[in-house]
Design a protein around this ligand. Structure first.
Ligand SMILES: Nc1ncnc2c1ncn2[C@@H]1O[C@H](COP(=O)(O)OP(=O)(O)O)[C@@H](O)[C@H]1O
Ligand SMILES: [Mg+2]
Length: 454
């Protein structure tokens, strides 16, 4: 499994969180219990002392003292943790063989003290108290000591228990975390299996996970809309291929037919000349289709207008009109140009777009009518609009006219120079300059044009 597996990462995070929780809770618990444990020896010493106090102080005779000695001996035999010492100026009233270290402690301040003896690994807790003189007995220092070893052992056991609990807990959390993450990620796995079934050419399906977790719904929606666009592009590509083949077939059919007829029997040189001339026309048509397709292909691959020159649009329109002179004369239409703007463009491309727009306009304008070319400077762009009077174009066609091979009147296809790529090329050129195209049809005027950024 790769290191960026979501399940692994989630279980790693679970582990970290569990570790943090165990350390925090365990630490707090340990501190509380440790505080309680620390108080235990003192409490026990206090309790022992209060039981003995009255017996110790009631009488001061040597007989009584002998009884006390016996009792202390008995008590320390009963509980090995407990030791007693009595320190006095009078050796008769001493108990427990106090050595120099104990004596020093006994003569120091009263109260709870710690005593480190060489033979004990843990310190003794000692309660030092003063017994006042009574009868023949001088004042005494009375010491009760308790070995803290058991308390330290309990503390140590607690620590070990907490640490091993934390280790087991963390291991459990990481294993369970991994398991839970796998279950949580099931919808994702199902989704990717579904997505796998949707590879081309089976693009009609959509992701339909149900129930769809809300976290995935945005992803599924955007995936589905991407799929929608891919499907459209794919079907456009398929019909584009069919259109291309169709478009190439008719000139080829003409070429083959004419050539076959010419070859059936001996013909005059004049006849061959005519056939060759007609063939040349078909060949030129083929070449222009292929040129247009190559241009579109390079635009598709993202080629941009590079040889930019700041140019007056009005003068470019004028040059283009000069070029179309004969066609305009034939069609008996006039062109009126208004406005101007200086724009950075690749001149060859712009001319190609203008020729396409103007020759479309000429084709769709009745003789004696007028074509308008308006160059308008707008906020962030310049619009070049070519308008001609003509039959209205139904709204359903308008957004599709710039698609390849799309024609309003399908029967006009295969007629002469028109092969349905003119407006597609206009659009490609506009996009190459960072601009766009537009089309309007109202009140008997059809307007096609391009926006160029300034
Ligand atoms: N000026 C115009 N007036 C009306 N329809 C037009 C005009 N220009 C283009 N069209 C419509 O747009 C279609 C696509 O144009 P175009 O891409 O140049 O292809 P073609 O001219 O080869 O048919 C034309 O077939 C026509 O239906
Ligand atoms: Mg055209």
């Amino acid at each position: 499994m790769s290191s960026n597996s979501i399940a692994l990462r989630l279980s790693g995070m679970f582990t970290l969180v569990a570790l943090l929780v165990f350390v925090l809770i365990g630490g707090a618990l340990y501190q509380q219990v440790d505080k309680g444990l620390g108080l235990l020896p003192e409490a026990e010493l206090d309790a022992r002392y209060s039981v003995l106090e009255s017996a110790l102080t009631r009488y001061g005779t040597p007989e009584h003292w002998a009884k006390i000695n016996a009792k202390l001996k008995l008590l320390s035999e009963e509980d090995k943790r407990i030791r007693f010492w009595v320190v006095s100026g009078d050796a008769h009233y001493e108990y427990g063989d106090p050595d120099a270290q104990v004596r020093e402690l006994a003569l120091g301040p009263l109260g709870m003290r710690d005593l480190n003896l060489a033979e004990h690994p843990y310190p003794l807790k000692v309660l030092v108290s003063q017994l006042p003189a009574k009868d023949q007995r001088p004042p005494l220092r009375f010491l009760i000591a308790i070995d803290t070893e058991t308390f330290y052992q309990t503390q140590h056991q607690l620590l070990m228990a907490l640490i091993s609990l934390a280790i087991v807990g963390v291991l459990l959390a990481s294993a369970l975390g991994y398991w839970v993450a796998r279950i949580g990620l099931k919808p994702l796995i199902k989704l990717s299996q579904e997505a796998q079934r949707l590879a081309p050419p089976r693009l009609t399906g959509r992701l339909q996970l149900s129930p769809l977790p809300p976290e995935l719904s945005q992803f599924v929606n955007s995936f589905n809309s991407t799929l929608e666009r891919v499907e459209q592009a794919y079907s456009r590509l398929e019909s584009f291929n069919a259109d291309v083949a169709h478009e190439l077939r008719s000139p080829l059919t003409n070429l083959i037919g004419q050539t076959q007829v010419a070859l059936t029997r001996g013909r005059s040189a004049e006849h061959y000349f005519e056939v060759l001339q007609s063939n040349l026309e078909e060949l030129e048509r083929l070449r222009s289709i292929i040129n247009d397709m190559l241009f579109l292909a390079s635009a598709d691959q993202g080629s941009k207008a590079t040889k930019l020159t700041a140019t007056s649009l009005a003068s470019e329109v004028a040059t283009t009109l000069d070029y179309l002179d004969f066609i305009l004369e034939d069609a008996q239409v006039k062109v009126e140009v208004s406005g101007d703007a200086l724009v950075s463009i690749e001149i060859a491309h712009l001319r190609r777009a203008l020729i396409n727009l103007l020759s479309n306009a000429v084709q769709h304008t009745a003789p004696g009518q007028m074509i308008q070319v308006r160059i308008e400077v707008q906020e962030h762009q310049v619009a070049i609009a070519v308008s001609n009077p003509g039959q209205g174009i139904a709204n359903e066609h308008l957004p599709r006219l710039f698609e390849r091979f799309y024609r309003v009147d399908a029967s006009r296809s295969n007629s002469g120079a028109n092969h349905g790529l003119g407006l597609a090329i206009v659009k490609a050129i506009a996009l190459m300059h960072g601009g766009d195209v537009f089309v309007r049809s109202n009140a008997g005027i059809n307007t096609f044009g391009i926006y160029l950024p300034v």
